[in-house]
Design a protein around this ligand. Structure first.
Ligand code: OAD
Length: 265
């Protein structure tokens, strides 16, 4: 058996043995869909973006045009992106009852597009815009229709609230903002119950999500990490896999199906 198969079988066995497995995903889960992550050397947004202060709430308030000029490119990449094998494998594992929920830091909706149901988006999502003055929320489609545009790139930036003229911000969490209250609460509930946390494609460097794995460890749960680079939790994990997550998760699903078949025979 090759190493990847051995490791995938180990993950499959852990999933079948677990009572409440939860996935925690980060930007690395979507790189195989063509969306850059933040911290991969060479390709991460932190290296390819001139001024990352646009991703802070203060930066956004100060220069929203700059945020939107960069954000529009990212939005276009995200809206064209299709789920990859990681997203599909997680959706199938949920359908099989082997993953109870996915806590994601991603704002790209690819888990839902792959068919996952219980997705907790702790860093928000790109499906809506929120007015910073009156709090009204609009879908991207509503704003496009309101301003008679067909495409996000045609927006006059920054877009303004149709009802009060306030500044519109995508419903994503920027640095300096708190996580959405309800989503944070749901994530905490899931972490309390989890006896296995399958971490996929996250550097685990960003607060407060970087404290999530510790909650599972403190409750006696197990961590499995699938990430190309090292993370601060590697030494606490029962298994660390250095494979592309799409390739690896396909193999995990294959091993899960084998084990389920053996159980039936
Ligand atoms: P990072 O970019 O920090 O980490 C992504 C990790 O995924 C890296 O360690 C890569 O090595 C790994 N990776 C990339 N492609 C992979 C693949 N195909 N298979 C396996 N691993 C892969 O992204 P996050 O941890 O998600 O927050 O970043 C956390 C937060 O930082 C983001 O949600 C965002 C950012 O600031 C906000 O915007 C608030």
């Amino acid at each position: 058996m090759k190493k990847i198969q051995r490791q995938a079988k180990e993950v499959a066995e852990s999933l079948l043995e677990s009572k409440y497995a939860v996935a925690l995903t980060g930007a690395g889960a979507s790189t195989e869909s063509g969306i850059p992550d933040f911290r991969s050397p060479g390709s991460g947004l932190w290296e390819t973006t001139d001024d990352i202060s646009v991703f802070t709430f203060m930066g956004f308030r100060k220069e929203p045009e700059k945020f939107y000029r960069l954000g529009t490119q990212i939005f276009e990449t995200v809206s064209r992106a299709k789920p990859n094998l990681t997203h599909y494998a997680l959706a199938e594992l949920e359908r099989l009852g082997l993953i109870k929920s996915i806590i994601t830091q991603n704002v790209d909706s690819l888990h839902q597009k792959a068919g996952s149901k219980n997705v907790i988006e702790v860093h928000g999502h790109l499906r809506e815009l929120e007015c910073l003055s009156c709090g009204a929320k609009y879908s991207m489609g509503e704003i496009l229709r309101h301003y008679g545009k067909n495409h996000v790139s045609e927006f006059e930036v920054p877009p303004r609230c149709p009802s009060c003229g306030g500044l519109l911000k995508p419903t994503i969490v920027l640095f300096g903002e708190k996580l959405p209250h309800d989503e944070f609460g749901k994530a905490m509930e899931e972490l309390k119950k989890a006896d296995l946390l399958l971490i996929i494609g996250s550097s685990l460097l960003v607060h407060p999500v970087n404290s999530f794995p510790m909650k599972v460890i403190e409750n006696g749960g197990e961590l499995i990490i699938i990430n190309l680079q090292r993370t601060p939790y590697d030494s606490l994990a029962s298994l660390v896999v250095r494979e592309k997550s799409g390739v690896f998760m396909k193999e995990v699903l294959h091993q899960v199906h084998n084990l389920l078949l053996q159980k039936k025979l």
